[in-house]
Design a protein around this ligand. Structure first.
Ligand code: GDP
Ligand code: IMO
Ligand code: MG
Length: 431
């Protein structure tokens, strides 16, 4: 009956895609539960380098059924394009084992327009969104103006509602932002085309997931984004518009919380952030530039350079507290190979006072200066290592120190982007 929630433990891009692909070998179901195509999850294998924005990363394990839960906002153009691209490049026809929740909301063309206009209006206070229409789609969902996948199966009922919603939305676009109206017939025509492509994939994800769990199957819940981008618990307003934390995993697929026996937090060996908002350990110097270049820290979805900083244990402990990790995973350890020393932030200086708890107010977080510990670097590489005992002793000491600070052991340590470049310290999925 176990469900395993795999969550980004920092600001996203922790390497969740690689770890989902690894764990999916032992899973029956892999389900996305939050976010939309703001996510970019990389999987590297013999077919090439894939960046999945909507398709769950279990697709390369042939026994998996892949679900897109009600908590995800779906741009059908992106999803259908991704399905076709996967087939072209790998021969895998995922449409045979992919189900999109009838309750998943759609990202409409006007959501993308609104995302851009809202960001432009914020000027220097912009969030730095991915521009994919994700925030406006969730806003409409909460305002009960949204359209769900199942609505595409009844276009006759959809049309009059779309007309009403679009009158409101076009008033906002033109009168608030001075933008250009989005025509009803264009949006409706898109819905008609989406209906053709998506209809065979739409299904009752809640029922499929709960029945599988009742039958003792292994369900892997694929988180997007990260705890510090959570709408409630993150660095608001510099957050995404959904809950990438453990509660979101249950709500976003509709499974009973009692099934979640494992909560897996994925941490990068340092920190990155894309977009605006405070990041206390940010390195605005040569070291930051070196890590960014070495690790090619550029957004999977937008190509933007990611902000880079040392591992932030204050933020990590906060993320662990909210999610209650039963397992942790460390990724990209190899990126720190070759550094003379590495640093870890264990406390903040806030207006002259040392604090060890993550501040609740974003303005306070923005004033925090990191208090850093320096650890010696290691002189032989960790890249591609697959055995814990083969790690250079100083790399091992860094790993041990991080897990002590987080308060949760690393069951997996990733030493490269490929599936086999993984150290398995303990099994996460018991088969
Ligand atoms: P996600 O959004 O959490 O799935 O992460 P992204 O795919 O956006 O970014 C993580 C990047 O790190 C991708 O380019 C991965 O291929 C890569 N990656 C994952 N694990 C490792 C690792 O252990 N070492 C290295 N060098 N790269 C990794
Ligand atoms: P994965 O799943 C990193 C960030 C954006 C922006 C903020 C709001 O690949 O880890 P949005 O478009 O969601 O309204 O943007 O959230 N963001 C991510 N950053 N990884 C992601 O996903 C992200 N998804 C959203 O950069 O700061
Ligand atoms: Mg990503």
């Amino acid at each position: 009956m176990p469900a395993y929630a795999l969550l980004g433990a920092q600001w996203g891009d922790e390497g969740k895609g690689k770890i989902i692909d690894y764990l999916a070998q032992e899973a029956d179901i892999v389900a996305r539960f939050s976010g939309g195509n703001n996510a970019g999850h990389s999987v590297w294998n013999e077919y090439g380098k894939f960046s999945f924005h909507l398709i769950p990363c279990g697709v390369f394990s042939p026994q998996t059924t892949n679900l897109i839960g009600n908590g995800v906002v779906v741009n059908p153009d992106v999803l259908l394009g991704e399905i076709a691209d996967l087939k072209d490049r790998s021969g895998i026809d995922i449409s045979e084992r992919l189900v999109v929740s009838e309750h998943a909301h759609l990202i409409m063309p006007y959501h993308i327009v609104l995302d851009r206009l809202a960001e432009e209006a914020l000027g220097s206070g912009a969030i730095g969104t991915t521009g994919m229409g994700v925030g406006p789609a969730y806003s409409d969902k909460a305002a009960r103006r949204g359209f769900r996948a199942a609505d595409l199966l009844d276009l006759e009922s959809l049309l009059p509602r779309l007309d009403t919603v679009l009158q409101h939305t076009n008033a906002v676009i033109t009168k608030v932002y001075g933008g250009t109206e989005v025509p009803l017939d264009e949006v409706f025509e898109k819905c008609r085309r989406w209906a053709e492509g998506l209809a065979p994939l739409i299904g009752p994800v809640e029922r499929i997931a709960n029945r599988a769990l009742e039958a003792g199957r292994h369900v892997l819940l694929e988180g997007a984004q990260g705890a510090l981008l959570d709408l409630d618990h993150g660095t608001y307003p510099y957050v995404t518009s959904s809950n990438p934390t453990v509660g979101g995993a249950c709500v976003g697929v509709g499974i009973q919380p009692r099934y979640v026996t494992s909560v897996i937090g994925v941490f990068k060996a340092y920190c990155t952030r894309v977009g605006a908002g405070p990041m206390p350990t940010e390195l605005d110097d040569e070291t930051g530039e070196r890590i960014r270049e070495l690790a090619q820290e550029f957004g999977t979805t937008t190509g933007r350079p990611r902000r880079v900083g040392w591992f932030d244990a204050v933020a990590a402990r906060y993320s662990a507290q909210i999610n209650g990790y039963t397992s942790a995973v460390l990724t990209r350890l190899d990126v720190l190979d070759g550094f003379d020393s590495v640093k870890v932030c264990t406390a903040y200086d806030l207006d002259g006072e040392t604090i060890t708890e993550f501040p609740g107010a974003v303005a306070a977080l923005a004033r925090c200066k990191p208090i850093l510990e320096e650890l010696p670097g290691w002189d032989s590489p960790t890249a591609s290592t697959t055995e814990l005992d083969s790690l250079p002793p100083r790399a091992r000491a860094y790993v041990d120190h991080l897990q002590e600070l987080i308060g949760c052991p690393f069951d997996l340590i990733s030493t490269g982007p490929y599936r086999h470049e993984t150290i398995k310290a303990r099994a996460i999925i018991e088969v």
